[in-house]
Design a protein. Sequence first.
Length: 261
Amino acid sequence: MSSLICNRVGKVWTAAGGLEVEALREASVAVSSGEFVALLGPSGCGKSTLLELIAGLEPISSGEIRIDGAPVTGPTPDAVMVFQEHSLFPWLNVEDNVAFGLRMKGAPAAERRARAQEVLARVRLGKFAKHFPHQLSGGMKQRVAIARALVGNPEFILMDEPFAALDFQTRVLMQQFLLEIWEGFRSTILFVTHQIDEAVLLSDRVIVFSAGPGRVLEDVKIDLPRPRRYTDPAFNDYRTRLTEHMAREVMRTQEAEDAAG
């Protein structure tokens, strides 16, 4: 059973002119295999930074991050990122985009093709394997990005506001699609969002971050059966609880910006 432990993680960035900016302060998060965990908080609270640290894309400043007991010291195939922008290679077709990571690992061409086709079929894009990114809708591009993350069977999928750039209709469809994929693959998902309804709709737990420097304020278990309905009174109870957190931390962010100005 895989596990992720972030123990009192801190991150300090060095900005222009040598100014140090503290993004995270003693942030502790624990995630078990198969969970869907949302990270919720105001802009600048370090949610995306934490994902980058877990993925090994940036070094931590303090604390530790461990996957299955092993410290994360650099990029790892155990944790892959899906960004807000799909980041597909425009010169590669869908199949080759999905298989790119396997190619970098030296997998044989036949294996890459078979695995990419298998995953594309499961995300309902098999008919578009030879299409190029410019021929796809926004939602389809994000499905390709998710397929690219899934193709290597990672233990953890780290999603940084993957639906933020989509219109409302596409976003709703992608939320339902993501739940289907999660239930089918049973990967562990960490999902950054600013949207309270999205966090309650999708996740098993919502980890609420303070205004920057980010600290964990509360770990909220979403004890609702699936599929969930926005009109469920219990859904609204969670929405109200999380809205109070967000409103308070957004005001703290604004006050800090006013003081700095």
